[in-house]
Design a binder for this molecule. Structure first.
Ligand SMILES: Nc1ncnc2c1ncn2[C@@H]1O[C@H](COP(=O)(O)OP(=O)(O)OP(=O)(O)O)[C@@H](O)[C@H]1O
Ligand SMILES: [Mg+2]
Length: 345
């Protein structure tokens, strides 16, 4: 958001300086509101509505425009009351050595995650925000032991970071992930059924026939249909792929799910459906989400607690309602100002 605001400010500056006209093509309505004087809404090859942005946004005439504007994430999660702790991180570090030269000497240490501590209650959503490169994905990967972290991550009384592979394997089923990019995270060589069912096979769950049934159930659960199991990922849209990735995770009945930018590749109406789906799955199964996102409006709509990261550190952490209403750290204030306040004049 801060980088986006900088780029928008730069474009506006150049525009004023050169008296340049600008055609901005986007599905980010927030950006349209900030930068465009006029807006045209397209659907299936036609312009269904056009006019001054402020007017169209305040008074949409076409059904599709209304649908689009209603799709902006809204609402906040219901307060969930006192819930037991599920996962607590204490002084977690993940440093990457950068090696160079003939002897592969370490020339630099990137502190991707540096002395990070937080606690997550069961059945809640823990939002992680912060600009590109601040260490959000690395922190998620540390929890899943997909990169090697140091410090302590306590999950149901066990320090995950100290477990041997053998001790870790049965837990792996409970901690699942939906990766950042729906276009590269699904193998093009496997059918959707194979992708969604793979974890069941790995963990030796069910017979062949039972697994097939579970895959069909999982597809239905995320709003897809059972016959899609026979098809390949490239035949699906971004939103459908993201649903496949979610089906692959929820089929394992996880207690803890890392969602790394699960909505950022999606347009507004699909994004709204995805938020609804995640809310429903959480309500039904009490899954705890570790929700990484650049989009503060999505985080506001979903997260019970929020951690704000900057350069590998958590600069602010606490209940989402408190942080959104009253951000304390200057970086959080800057991030929120960029996301919520700046408007086109
Ligand atoms: N395997 C690696 N080797 C070296 N450096 C890495 C590695 N993985 C990540 N980094 C560095 O660690 C820092 C944090 O990266 P990370 O991917 O966690 O950021 P992020 O907050 O998820 O960013 P984005 O919002 O763009 O996804 C970056 O400076 C990145 O270049
Ligand atoms: Mg990332």
């Amino acid at each position: 958001m801060t980088i986006q605001a900088q780029i928008l400010a730069l474009i506006k500056e150049i525009q004023e300086e050169l008296g340049m006209a600008l055609l901005l093509i986007t599905h980010d309505l927030n950006m349209v509101e900030k930068i465009a004087g006029q807006v045209h809404i397209m659907r299936q090859g036609r312009i269904v509505e056009q006019g001054p942005t402020a007017e169209v946004f305040a008074n949409p005439r076409h059904d599709y425009t209304r649908h689009l504007l209603n799709s902006v994430p809204h609402g906040v999660p219901e307060p969930k009351g006192a819930l037991p702790l599920l996962l607590a991180a204490s002084r977690v570090r993940c440093h990457f050595p950068i090696k160079a030269g003939f002897l592969r000497k370490t020339v630099k240490l990137i502190k991707a995650v540096d002395e990070v501590s937080f606690a997550i209650r069961q059945g809640t959503t823990f939002g992680v925000v912060g600009e590109s490169g601040s260490g959000k994905s690395t922190l998620g990967m540390c929890i899943l032991k997909l990169v090697q972290g140091k410090g302590e991550i306590t999950y149901q009384g066990k320090n995950l970071l100290a477990l041997s592979n053998r001790q870790w394997r049965p837990l792996r089923r409970e901690l699942q992930v939906v990766f950042q990019d729906p276009f590269s995270s699904l193998s093009p060589r496997l059918t959707v059924g194979q992708i969604v069912g793979e974890g069941l096979g790995v963990h030796g769950i069910g017979s062949r026939q039972e697994r097939k049934g579970l895959v069909e159930e999982a597809l239905l659960e995320v709003g897809l249909t059972p016959e899609m199991a026979e098809r390949y990922p490239h035949e699906f849209s971004g939103g459908q792929r993201q649903r496949i990735a979610i089906a692959r995770a929820v089929i394992m009945k996880p207690r803890f799910l890392v969602l790394d930018e699960p909505t950022s590749a999606l347009d507004m109406t699909i994004q709204a459906q995805m938020i609804e789906l995640l809310r429903n799955l959480q309500a039904r199964y009490g899954i705890t989400y570790f929700f990484i996102s650049h989009d503060l409006r999505v985080v506001k709509a979903l997260a019970d607690d929020v951690a704000v990261m900057q350069e590998g550190r958590v600069v602010e952490c606490g209940p989402a309602a408190r942080i959104f209403a009253n951000p304390q750290h200057p970086y959080t204030q800057k991030l929120f100002a960029a996301a919520f306040n700046l408007r086109a004049d």
